[in-house]
Design a protein around this ligand. Structure first.
Ligand SMILES: [Zn+2]
Length: 357
């Protein structure tokens, strides 16, 4: 039997957990028996049941003798929940069909299933499954959040004019897509300069969206306590990340980081965010913070919007400013994986060639 259509349905189910599973993978599960689907489930949020259990809780009839289709290897260890493989065995499932193996070293669900006499098929739509959970697989491999940059630039590569004006380079369609993007990321991060010049709210203004953590990186205390991100902090998700040891009288949580190169040690910051189960961070400017992440080899992905305007000017801002490569051979290398049009704008989604996992 060809399980690809059922696996695609698992992917669709998995995507319902988008933006809510933090460092967990997005997983969907289906039980198939006698030619029909008798149960569907998915991992709804970081704090809720795994997909297999959610699926078993929604069965129309007993799962005994059925096939479980699930996009990730069922877990075999005690985490926040008991192992899913035990429940798969208890329910007398006959066959388990999987897209991706779990790269978490604590998980060896397949061995446990086979030992219990269950047939296991793996690798169904494996590449699509990896793409779906790229964040999770990167988290597992590097033990830090996935880091993406987003910026809008002119044809001549400028993200702001000489007077720091940047509203708006991209069009409304592009900006609507950015609001969707924010819903996919666990945290949005800006530097203190962007906070001062743009005063962004950093919310996800889409229906049913979950607001991300809002992170302000600064090596000084000169933040305006009346900035929107501090005034909007009713959900307690605004964080100031700093290497300063002084106290702030601001409505936000403070994360103290190590110092590197006179500023916040960004690797240390990502470690600390990961410890808090933040699995992905979207950096929304500006030039200095973009360049700092790039120089530290921490940029996994870039969403680059290009608008058909030309700014020019010697002191206008480009997306990356600061120390750069001396030779082209030393330039950071990326791969363009997707090109999309938003009206008159174009967006490149590019991934770091060193981050394949
Ligand atoms: Zn599980």
């Amino acid at each position: 039997m060809n399980y690809e259509n059922l696996m695609r349905e698992c992917f669709d189910l998995a995507l319902k957990g988008r933006g809510k599973v933090l460092t967990n993978p997005m997983v969907g599960a289906i039980v198939f028996k006698n030619g029909k689907i008798i149960g569907r489930g998915y991992h709804r949020s970081f704090y809720q049941d795994h997909a297999e259990i959610d699926c078993f809780n929604n069965l129309e009839e007993a799962a005994e003798g059925g096939t479980l289709v699930v996009n990730l290897e069922p877990c075999s260890h005690f985490g926040k929940h008991p192992p899913c493989v035990d429940e798969v065995i208890r329910r007398k499932i006959k066959k388990v069909v999987i897209s991706n193996l779990d790269t978490n070293p604590k998980v060896d669900g397949i061995k446990k299933l086979k030992d219990a006499g269950i047939e296991v098929i793996t690798g169904v739509l494996e590449n699509e499954g990896k793409k779906l959970n790229e964040k999770f697989f990167l988290n597992m491999k590097y033990k830090r959040p996935l880091l993406a940059l987003k910026y809008a630039q002119s044809l001549d590569g400028k993200i702001a004019t000489e007077t720091f004006d940047s509203k708006w380079i991209s069009n409304e369609e592009s900006r609507a897509f950015v609001h969707k993007l924010r819903n996919d990321y666990d945290a949005i991060l800006v530097g203190a300069n962007t906070l001062a010049s743009d005063n962004p709210r950093l919310t996800s203004r889409i229906d049913g969206g979950v607001n991300p953590y809002r992170i302000i990186v600064t090596n000084s205390l000169s933040l305006d306590p009346l900035s929107e991100v501090f005034l909007e902090n009713s959900d307690n998700k605004t964080i100031i990340a700093t290497n300063s040891t002084k106290d702030f009288d601001i409505n936000a949580e403070i994360i103290r980081c190590k110092t590197k190169g006179g500023g916040v040690d960004l690797e240390d910051l990502l470690d600390k965010l990961y410890q808090r189960d933040i699995g992905s961070v979207l950096v929304e400017g500006g030039s200095v913070i973009n360049n700092a992440f790039l120089r530290e080899n921490l940029v996994d992905k870039i969403y680059q919007f290009i608008a058909p305007i030309i700014v020019s000017g010697l002191r206008s801002r480009s997306a990356f400013m600061g120390e750069g490569a001396k030779l082209i051979s030393e330039a950071k290398k990326f791969r363009i994986d997707e090109i999309r049009r938003f009206g008159s704008d174009v967006m490149f989604e590019v991934n770091n060639v060193y981050r394949d996992c």
